[in-house]
Design a protein around this ligand. Sequence first.
Ligand SMILES: Nc1ncnc2c1ncn2[C@@H]1O[C@@H]2COP(=O)(O)O[C@H]2[C@H]1O
Length: 590
Amino acid sequence: MEARSTLAECELFLGLEPAALDTLAACAKAVTVRGGETLFSAGDDSDALYIVATGRLRAVLPSGEVAGDIARLEPIGEIGVLSGEVRGASVHALRDSLLWRFSSEAFYAFVLDHPAALVAVARVIVARLRQNSRSALLAKARRTRTFAVVAATPDLDASALARSCQAALGQRSRCLLIDAARVDAALGAGASGLPPGQGAEEGRLMAWLNAVEAEHDYLVFDAGHGDAAWSLRALRQADRVLVLADANAQPAPSRMLEALARASVRTPVDCVLLRPAGAAAIATSAWCQALHASGHYYLRPGVEADVHALVRQLTGRGLGLVLGGGGARGFAHIGLLRALSELQLPADLIGGTSMGAFVSALHACGHDHATILQITRDTFVSRNLLNDYMLPRVALIGGRKLRKRLLEVFGDVQIEQLRMPYYCVSTNLTRGTAVVHDRGPLAAWVGTSMCIPGVAPPVAWRGDLLADGAVVNSLPTDVMQNLARGPIIASDVSTEGSIAAPGVEGPDFEAVLRAGADGRRVGLLDILFRTSTLTSESGVRRRAECADLYLRMPVGGIQTFDWKSLDAIVEKGYRHAMARLPEIAEQLRG
Ligand SMILES: Nc1ncnc2c1ncn2[C@@H]1O[C@@H]2COP(=O)(O)O[C@H]2[C@H]1O
């Protein structure tokens, strides 16, 4: 294989003169790395830059986090070469790979002569460093190693929750449950009850705690009801406090709640709300407010899967799904849900925009992919909800039929009552910003997230006007990333290629008024959707970088309102997801 032909295909060197490519190719040396081998390690000298000709490699940060995968035609080692620093990550080959190697001196000299290439390389560096700071955020979540569990009211059993957390964490790591009895057994009766700040005894206790922490990946402190000296000690030791409460009992003011709310400034507090299957959850917001909680989780008594989902998210290993906007193309998300279910990769939290908001809301409500398909068919295929046309003073349709249908589907559920954490995104047209809806009426916010400007009227809210989230953020991976609960899979169904005039040379002002050669016509709705989401889509690439697995669903050319192709689109999404999910399955199960 010729270095010259690889370089000619590289995005980095687009637009360079052929002679410049010849110069660069002349310094290339072929290097082969076998699958599993290490190309170089973090901390090594940055003596060369490589371009991947064939194969795939993985960059791993010194923390052990996967920074990202490096595919054909992408560079490796550009950060070290341009910054003059040592390697910031180790790079291993995932499969047999052929690389072109350029010594740092040769590459440096080349980019100085070709500023366009320098800018392109700088763009890659910025994107990768941004991605790495995201990995750092997650790494921080993963560094949370000590949890304290405390019951908000005496009728609840903090010890049982602490034991379940320990059992779930202990399946893959070394996790120790520490309660007052264990401390007394190790250090003598009464040691656990020592008030903080007591001289030599305190020193012995702290030394013991440090030693057990060093021997384990996680410690779970059983802090009981938070009233004893031991409870205070346990709460002070923790990186994160889990408060067990009843989802249907309003919090009553107490000294312990006040103390915890104050403590939440230093140590994040999460509400773990007991909520039997089928029970409502009327007190969620009140608990979250009373505790200044960073998040809330529901547990069904005795359901182990709920505890597993809780600890996955607390330790930065929860799977987050982000489903993008794109009208009927968004049906492909249902195929992804089917693939995840077949591969037994349960999502722990989910969010989306527009059609992605709809499909993800159904998933968060607990429906399986078959039911979601049925509800989607009943909503978009079996009836026409978008024909309540009106005089187009504000929009083409009134949107009432869709709103009524959403109320039928979602009822009066509030987002914070969903068992799976959920958000959707709308656009504040008044201020030009994205609005994240992670609480409040589900049907209303899903509907708002789907309100394409010009098609349906914007929604008035607190004096502003809100519309389809895809106007500003059609793939809200950034929102998921900020939650830092674990790896992210993003499903992108944005509109590139959805409107075109194939075969027309033009300029032809009448072309779109006639049906195309394939008998299809570009519709007003398609034009409105494409126009209103254009800006947001220019940011899709950046948002794709927030995902651990970015699925560009093969739905190009499918029109936004092509409801009738439901089954074919779902199938495309399913096949694509089945082909790509194995790339991340190991990481998710590990
Ligand atoms: N997030 C990332 N995605 C892909 N590759 C990366 C990422 N972060 C770092 N790398 C590559 O890993 C290399 C490690 O050595 P360098 O720091 O020289 O250059 C780095 C990049 O080429």
